[in-house]
Design a protein around this ligand. Structure first.
Ligand code: FES
Length: 239
């Protein structure tokens, strides 16, 4: 298959938005055909949106390229089924192929080794008096009434958990309860097929929040009014 578009997949939970944007810009400049650079985890739109956009722009033969040495084995095993799901759901009849990661590509590995040595003079020296392990503000446990664990792991993110995390933050603020909630994004919480998953403590109830309407109802009913939404609960921790 000669691709006419590429989706580069980045799996890196702790990548800052600014660095990700810089990486997007560099890869886009370097790629001679239309491309999208998406994260498997995080707050940005996921792979399905990227595929939709490229198809909307006319792509007919899409190569999906995992970026990272090595890329996660479990994601590589899961991606064919997830991409087939997108293909079935959208009725896409063009070409779609998943490349292997580049951990076996001798030319890429040689380029990394060469570049490391070429840039050694710019490496930041670390002396023994360089800062400390404990930073200011990391001693106190915050006094929030609600803890929300929002899964932005790869399989929830495939279902657009990243943008929903932003919607959740907006709803909490709009409904005046943001200060009551500690919202933490997490990696995979395991019931991926029920994603996007949000675990609410201390109530011990796990919810599937599939879209912005679910998020708005969750905030008004569960967080603000202290009730539950049985139809969205996927798990209850026995107390
Ligand atoms: S990726 Fe969210 S539960 Fe697995």
């Amino acid at each position: 298959m000669a691709p006419d578009a590429v989706v580069f997949l980045i799996s890196q939970p702790y990548l800052q938005g600014k660095r990700f944007k810089a990486l997007q810009a560099s890869l886009t400049r370097a790629c001679p055909i239309p491309c999208a650079i998406v994260r498997m985890e995080g707050r940005e739109a996921g792979p399905m949106s990227a595929l939709d956009t490229l198809v909307g722009e006319g792509a007919r033969n899409i190569l999906v390229q995992p970026v990272g040495i090595p890329f996660s084995d479990s994601l590589l095993a899961w991606l064919p089924g997830a991409l087939a799901h997108w293909r079935r759901q959208r009725g896409f009849d063009g070409g779609l192929a998943l490349a292997s990661d580049q951990s076996g590509d001798e030319a890429v590995l040689a380029a990394i080794a060469r570049s490391s040595l070429d840039n050694a003079a710019e490496a930041a020296p670390i002396e023994s008096d360089h800062g400390s392990l404990g930073g200011a503000g990391w001693d106190e446990v915050p006094a929030h009434r609600h803890h929300l664990l929002v899964c932005t792991g790869p399989r929830c993110n495939f279902r657009e958990a990243g943008p929903l995390r932003a919607v959740l933050a907006e709803e909490l603020t709009r409904q005046g309860v943001a200060r009551d909630c500690l919202v933490a994004t997490t990696g995979c919480l395991f019931p991926c097929n029920n994603g996007p998953v949000v675990a609410h403590y201390p109530a011990g109830r796990w919810y599937r929040l599939a879209d912005a309407d679910d998020v708005a109802r969750f905030v008004s009913t569960v967080i603000k009014n202290g009730e539950t939404l049985p139809q969205l609960i996927i798990h209850e921790v026995s107390q």
